[in-house]
Design a protein. Structure first.
Length: 136
């Protein structure tokens, strides 16, 4: 992955913190927003691009337009999640809905219901809640 750091696109002064966007060669050159470990969001987060969360989130996360949400290894997400695909490496408390797949990796855990046509749970991962796997 290549990182690009630059000023926010809102015309603000250079004194503000830069925005980190990652270009992932596996994602056909699409930009991926990367929200770091010090970021705390309360409320609703809505995006139309791939997103990686490493910090804390309380509320709701919705990704539109067929994008992937990745919950980083040390993230603590207390939210309802809705995206095309969700990859969980950290902690999620809340319901997770994916139109394509949910992947809970070794360091990941979910406390809530999971609904997706495909579900992958790695050895060492944990899930506490109902699982709905329906073919569409």
């Amino acid at each position: 992955m290549r990182d690009r750091i630059g000023p926010p696109d809102n015309g603000s002064s250079a004194s503000q913190a830069p925005v980190r966007r990652t270009v992932d060669p596996r994602s056909s050159g699409r930009l991926i927003m990367n929200l770091g470990t010090s970021v705390v969001i309360k409320g609703e987060l809505s995006a139309s691009e791939d997103l990686i969360l490493y910090g804390r989130m309380e509320g709701r996360v919705t990704l539109h337009g067929g994008h992937t949400l990745t919950i980083g290894r040390h993230a603590d997400i207390r939210a309802e999640i809705d995206a095309k695909a969700v990859v969980i490496q950290g902690t999620v408390t809340g319901n997770v809905t994916a139109q394509e797949r949910v992947e809970i990796q070794t360091t990941g855990s979910v406390s809530g219901d999971v609904s997706s046509p495909r579900l992958a749970i790695a050895d060492g991962a944990s899930i506490r809640g109902k699982v709905h796997v329906e073919q569409t």
